[in-house]
Design a protein around this ligand. Structure first.
Ligand code: ADP
Length: 312
């Protein structure tokens, strides 16, 4: 066994990306769903995934997003004497659309940075964690790793150069998420999206992005609700998710502010103004899904404004 120098156990949160109008740029961080990871700095150079519980994921460093993200960090740190051991206790199902791969990438780089005495800024950590996302989906997107690392709501204003902004989080917002346990192939959820949008659609969409951000800062819940609308991706992708329209109707009828696809699906999120409403939304969408015979999980969570947390 490797002689451990320093270890830390962290909570690596699930995240909801896109938030209807903000494809690839908006995301927010959850409190009650997430993985746990034990990260150790060791005197034996190299990066090792020493344990994975709760999921069948690759132990090979180059095939696991946590390994790839930490490798990007250590390359920049440029101290070849350092080694890292990673244990992953997976609670977020891979391919669920609530940032399973992002939690591992973000949790690993955050913990290593902490153990090294925080040589890197959050902005730099986002760039390292994005390398894990590149491995998972072929696209180094930041809309899950940014909220996992920074907490709350985040905006990726620009990818080149990377410019990630933490937004204001109104206290009363509560997320309800249903994860239907069906496989939606990333290739399918990509192939239904159009490469080009019309100017009319673009105007509608960026109006909503601005409205959502203004609503978050002014804590105008009705404005947040009006802005949770996606005229570009949702109409195309939602056909891959069973009962999407009925889930949305059920959520809205219980008073949700808005409802849409979480990330690339198949999870669906609904945002509400209170725990009471979010719980009623959960009951209503559970009823919709009970009739399908499909397995599903439902999560109700306040917004995690901190991001990754040290457990021990
Ligand atoms: P989600 O849809 O929840 O965001 P992704 O589809 O982005 O999840 O990521 C899942 C993919 O990443 C799977 O193909 C999985 O095998 C791969 N992967 C590699 N390492 C990990 C890891 N540590 N955690 C989760 N997924 C991983």
């Amino acid at each position: 066994m490797t002689d451990k120098m320093k270890s830390i156990k962290v909570f690596a949160p699930a995240t909801v990306a896109n938030l209807s109008c903000g494809f690839d740029v908006l995301g927010c961080c959850l409190d009650t769903v997430g993985d746990e990871m034990m990260i150790s700095i060791t005197p034996t150079p190299g990066i090792r995934i020493t344990k994975i519980e709760g999921a069948d994921l690759p132990l090979e460093t180059h095939k696991n997003v946590a390994g790839v993200a930490v490798e990007a960090l250590l390359d920049a740190y440029n101290n070849p004497t350092i080694g890292v051991d990673i244990e992953i206790y997976k609670k977020i199902k891979a391919g669920s659309g609530i940032g399973s791969s992002a939690a591992s990438s973000a949790g690993a780089v955050w913990a290593v940075n902490h153990l090294l005495g925080t040589p890197f800024s959050n902005q730099e950590l986002v760039a390292f964690a994005m390398e894990g996302e590149r491995l998972a989906s072929g696209n180094a997107h930041a809309d899950n790793v940014a909220p996992a690392l920074l907490g709350g709501f985040t905006l990726v204003r620009s990818y080149t150069p990377l410019d990630v902004i933490k937004l204001h989080t109104p206290q009363d917002l509560v997320m309800t998420v249903i994860h239907p346990q069906i496989e939606v192939k990333t290739s399918d959820s990509r192939s239904v999206i159009k490469e080009k949008v019309t100017l009319k659609e673009a105007i509608h969409q960026w109006g909503n992005v601005g409205g959502l951000i203004a609503g978050l800062y002014t804590e105008d819940y009705e404005l947040i609700g009006r802005s949770l609308e996606d005229v570009i991706i949702e109409p195309l992708r939602s056909i891959l998710i069973p009962e999407f329209e009925n889930v949305k109707k059920a959520a809205m009828s219980q008073g949700a502010l808005g409802c849409g696809i979480s990330g690339s699906g198949p999870s669906i999120f609904a945002l509400s103004k209170s725990m009471d409403t979010a719980t009623k939304v959960a009951t209503a969408i559970r009823e919709v899904y009970n009739s399908t015979g499909l397995d599903f999980d439902i999560h109700v969570s306040t917004i995690n404004n901190q991001g990754i947390k040290i457990i021990s």
